[in-house]
Design a protein around this ligand. Structure first.
Ligand code: UDP
Length: 306
């Protein structure tokens, strides 16, 4: 049984991660300030004797008497709607929050995993994106509060690895979906499902030719755990995502069909700096973690719709 801390543990990915770690027999301390996470996400875990919830904003330093063997640092707003509503908080979470999490990991001699993002690639000019690609980010655009926060967090994590010898791993998480995404979080899949179920227009931004590659939550949580617990991942940055690429127009049509909805497709303005294509190169995850996604888009969407 390992002692594990998860920052952002009441969020969408965080709560599924806490659940898996508890099911695997570990002790879990879940940290969240509930700025985008919810207590409902972890309500079903609260009676587990191995689960502790701490309401804390990781922007503020954290001390605890508890031992920590592994620290998963997931805390941050992650939906474009959320991080553009909370731009300063997002930058401070990526910078001061990551600093506080790294300091705690150093003090406890814990293995540290940073949840980074495919947004570090910005609007990529290389396709699919391997980890060796340095990205194409607008440093002052509306997405910069998130993109630069994650890029800074990656740099800080590598600085702790080089300077202090801390055992770190960086997972670059691509679009992920599944149960417990908030209906109003603004992302494509929850928006489309909610709209299709209500027979309201499905809002496709731009002409819908931009692409994404969507990974189901159980696959993602499995990948994140392997990135933390595999020996070969120390000091590595690893893409985690499903390489099955779809256009947003195709996604809208698919959701409509699976729900058997009468919704029409309504085209809206494309947000500034919206990445045109995104697809992970997962060669490294296959090699180092022996991981690749198993759940296809239709199966994952059906579970999410339910
Ligand atoms: N999108 C859309 N309609 C919506 C929400 C999002 O067409 O109601 C588009 C968005 O412009 C982007 C893609 O779907 O091109 C994925 O957006 P999301 O917010 O899910 O995540 P992102 O990959 O941008 O972080």
């Amino acid at each position: 049984m390992a002692k594990i801390m998860v920052t952002g543990g009441a969020g969408f990915i965080g709560s599924h991660l806490c659940e898996k770690l508890l099911n695997d027999g570990h002790r879990v301390i879940c940290l969240d300030n509930l700025c985008t996470g919810t207590s409902e996400n972890i309500a079903h875990l609260s009676n587990n004797k191995n689960f502790t919830y701490l309401q804390h904003d990781i922007i503020k330093p954290l001390t605890t008497k508890e031992e920590i063997d592994y620290l998963f640092h997931l805390a941050s707003p992650a939906s474009p709607v959320d991080y553009q509503r909370l731009p300063v908080e997002t930058l401070l979470t990526g910078s001061s929050g990551t600093h506080n999490a790294l300091e705690l990991a150093k003090e406890k001699d814990a293995t540290f995993l940073l949840a980074s993002s495919s947004e570090v690639y910005g609007d990529p000019t290389i396709h699919p994106q391997p980890e060796s690609y340095w990205g194409n980010v607008n440093p002052i655009g509306p997405r910069s509060c998130y993109d630069e926060a994650k890029r800074f967090a990656e740099a800080l994590t590598m600085a702790y690895h080089r300077k202090h010898g801390l055992d770190v791993r960086i997972a670059r998480i691509f679009n992920t979906y599944g149960p417990r995404m908030r209906k109003e979080d603004g992302r494509a899949i929850p928006n489309f499902i909610t709209q299709a179920l209500a027979n309201e227009p499905i809002t496709v931004y731009g002409d819908g030719s931009q692409t994404r590659s969507f990974c189901y939550i159980s696959d993602m949580v499995d990948g994140i755990c392997r990135a933390m617990f595999s020996n070969g991942a120390e000091g590595e940055v690893i893409n985690l995502g499903n390489p099955d690429e779809v256009t947003i127009r195709e996604l809208a049509e698919k959701v409509k069909k699976l729900i058997n909805s009468d919704s029409e497709i309504a085209f809206k303005a494309l947000p500034q700096d919206d990445p045109k294509r995104r697809c992970p190169d997962i060669f490294k995850a296959k090699e180092i973690l022996n991981w690749e996604p198993k759940v296809d888009l239709d199966a994952g969407l059906n579970k999410t719709i339910k």
